[in-house]
Ligand binder design. Structure first.
Ligand code: CP
Length: 311
């Protein structure tokens, strides 16, 4: 969040120590989930607004639950029935919410950089919940937290990201954070869906998924965005399934303890087979649970930072 800053816009500009600080802050919030009263007073009197210009099940609800467990007041702006449809600009919408004393605005937008625009124009803390092809920092953090919880290390951990790397904000946030934490990151997918310069980020590329899964400790499978087929970026769903679906047979090539992750929403039968999604290696629902604790930690750290800067 750069810990010197009021916002969390991405993981690219966080250093290893800052990432570690966030990850170390998660456990106490997760421990709260086992109590009969799952609440802390951290954000009492604060207002958290979710402003989603794109659909979401996990991220928006997870932020709402996280904020409520921290005792904040939560307002969900439904963009489709807001004045956005009358042409109100992003900045004017943000300023309107700030005039209502929003302390945090959680934004998802199809435009890469939209959260940054709000952050520059508002005093409220802005949290990026996914912007275009750019970043999805809290998804990256919850992925890292889940990997560490299960594998107990980042140094030398072999993490494979499979699918549409080119259009994936989840892949970008994973790559920025994992490489800084010392993991060995590889990607696999059709050549048309892997950026040419990805190797410059210290990432290994496999076009053959069978080869790639053999080495992995963690396989994080990305949703294949079916609209990409219209752009001729892969010939057919059938061919994608043939070459890049994580099937039970391919899982059989992997190490026995390989962790199977997916940020959701899943296309069962396309990028992942149902039996793999429901296998004992899969931690997809645990990712969702961890997402709440991670978002609580992010809200808590941003509040702490704001308190320091207002002293
Ligand atoms: N992982 C993720 O961003 O899911 P949603 O689109 O449901 O928020």
């Amino acid at each position: 969040m750069s810990l010197n800053c009021k916002d969390l816009l991405g993981l690219e500009h966080l250093d290893k120590k800052e990432l570690q600080t966030i990850l170390d802050s998660v456990k106490p919030f997760k421990d709260l989930f086992t109590r009969s009263v799952k609440k802390a007073p951290t954000l009492i009197g604060k207002t958290v607004v979710t402003l989603f210009y794109e659909p979401s099940t996990r991220t928006r609800n997870s932020f709402e639950i996280a904020a409520k467990r921290l005792s904040a007041d939560v307002v969900n702006v439904t963009v489709g029935t807001s004045s956005v449809v009358k042409g109100e600009s992003l900045i004017d919408t943000g300023k309107t919410l700030e005039a209502m004393k929003a302390d945090y605005i959680i934004i998802r937008h199809s435009l890469a950089g939209a959260p940054d625009i709000l952050a520059r124009n508002l005093n409220a803390s802005i949290i990026n919940a996914g912007d275009g092809f750019h970043e999805h920092p809290t998804q990256g953090l919850l992925d890292l937290y889940t990997m560490y919880e299960k594998k107990k290390k980042f140094e030398g951990l072999k993490v494979l990201l499979v699918g549409d790397i080119l259009h994936s904000r989840v892949a970008k946030s994973n790559i920025w954070a994992l490489t800084k934490m010392g993991a060995e990151v590889a990607v696999s997918g059709p050549p048309t869906l892997i950026p040419e310069d990805i190797k410059n980020l210290g990432v290994k590329v496999y076009y053959d998924l069978d080869e790639a899964v053999k080495n992995a400790d963690v396989v994080n499978i990305l949703r294949i965005q079916l609209e990409r087929q219209q752009e001729n970026l892969f010939p057919s769903v059938h061919e994608y399934v043939e070459l890049y679906q994580l099937t039970k047979e391919r899982l059989g090539l992997a190490k026995p303890g390989v962790l199977i992750m997916h940020p959701g929403p899943m296309n069962r039968g396309i990028e992942i087979s149902s039996d793999v999604a429901d296998s004992k290696n899969a931690v997809i629902n645990e990712q969702v649970t961890n997402g709440i604790a991670v978002r609580m930690a992010v809200l808590y750290l941003l509040k702490k930072r704001k308190n320091v800067s207002s002293n």
